[in-house]
Design a protein around this ligand. Structure first.
Ligand code: ZN
Length: 390
């Protein structure tokens, strides 16, 4: 067993060198790392389906596409041992390698007042907050290196969420969606991968302690099972998970441009959704408040917070003729953003080219911005939404 393991590691290193040459995905400051040990690809695993199940569109030009196909001869890596360390590509934290040898999971979580407090957001690597129709916001929470036993309430998907899910090769958990969303999801398959409660109820449960529609919950383990049975995970994929953002190596401070010292800020989504963050210098985290109170995770009782919070201003329109007033958010392009990390704020420009590419940030000199390792929350706001700093 040791011999075969060493053989795989050698093969893995060879693939890593190839990956370095082809896509420069090795961990470094100022570039986009994939997994800490690159070239390991997706795990084949003993439960890997042998057929050509749905794939993430490898080789289709997506980010981190080091090449290969589900049927290529890449050695199947054994499960990593607890002693092997890796870097989570979604949040940059050092973790057990085995914990990041999965597809990322994304879960659509409600933020309407009846849905609070939510569960599981405190375990997410990246959380996007996005407006939806009716002046409310919804979360898109990404999980990879940490498990969450309860996540929710889970709600329906919106088309612009696919722009954030697909660059990471993530599988998104949701409860249905608008007709336009479901049509778009169908058109994007098999690159788009989803677990919908309406056709996979076994991957969710309905809590008797909450009333509908705020009672649908899931967990990372249920979603991984559903992901395997759907053929999303376990196929012989050679692409590593691209990094969600540029991260400094774990434990190292990024070389940040000149910023402004900031103690906190408030983003004025509509009144019940106005969100405030205060910087806690002792922990280096931005602590979150909503509706004037600490926003806590129901599963742990801990106040939600993040190492980095980004406010992303995005051109937004109400879809003409939509009876519900649903929104269209233009995430293909760019605009202004504010990044809050290390007790400072940085005015940057965000950019995104096409649905399959991730969001990037550039400082005033056009240099890519590198973030400290740690959870990231991105508050996506219609252009013109007031933002106060103090
Ligand atoms: Zn992570």
């Amino acid at each position: 067993m040791k011999g075969s393991r060493r053989g795989w590691l050698v093969a893995g290193l060879a693939v890593a060198c190839l990956a370095l040459t082809l896509s420069a995905t090795l961990l470094c400051s100022g570039c986009r790392p994939g997994l800490g040990l690159v070239g390991v690809g997706w795990p084949g695993g003993q439960d890997a389906p042998q057929g050509d199940g749905p794939t993430s569109g490898e080789g289709s030009g997506g980010p981190g596409g080091a090449g290969g196909s589900p049927g290529s001869q890449t050695p199947v890596p054994p499960a990593a041992t607890p002693s092997e360390r890796g870097v989570c590509p979604l949040c940059g934290l050092e973790t057990e390698l085995d914990a990041v040898l999965h597809r990322p999971l994304a879960v659509v979580v409600d933020n309407s007042t009846g849905a609070r407090p939510q569960s599981g957001l405190g375990d997410a690597c990246v959380v996007y907050e996005l407006p939806v129709e009716g002046g409310i916001t919804r979360f898109l929470a990404f999980f990879l290196h940490a498990d969450a036993a309860t996540i929710g309430p889970v709600r329906s998907l919106r088309p612009y969420m696919l722009d954030l899910v697909m660059p990471l090769g993530a599988v998104v958990a949701h409860v249905g969606g608008s007709p336009a969303t479901l049509a778009e999801l169908a058109a994007e398959r098999p690159t788009a991968m989803s677990i919908d409660e309406l056709n996979k109820p076994q991957a969710f449960w309905r809590s008797s302690e909450r009333r509908s529609p705020y009672n649908c919950f899931t967990s990372t383990s249920l979603q991984r099972s559903a992901s395997r049975s759907s053929g999303y995970e376990g196929t012989r994929l050679t692409r590593t998970t691209p990094a969600a953002f540029n991260f400094a190596p774990p434990g190292e401070k990024p070389a940040l441009p000149q910023g402004q010292s900031v103690g906190g800020f408030t983003l004025h989504y509509t009144s019940a959704y106005r969100v405030t963050y205060d910087y806690d210098s002792s922990s280096g985290r931005w602590l979150r408040y909503v509706g004037g109170a600490a926003h806590k995770d129901a599963a742990t009782g801990r106040q939600l917070g993040a190492t980095t919070v980004v406010v992303l201003f995005v051109p937004t329109r109400v879809i003409a003729g939509d009876p519900e007033g649903r929104l269209e958010m233009d995430l293909d392009g760019g605009g202004q953003a504010w990044v809050f990390c290390a007790g400072q704020s940085f005015r940057v420009r965000w950019g995104k080219s096409g649905r399959l590419n991730p969001i990037t940030f550039q400082d005033g000199q056009g240099n890519p911005l590198t973030l400290p390792a740690g959870p990231v929350w991105v508050l996506v706001a219609p252009t013109g939404t007031p933002l106060d700093t103090r």
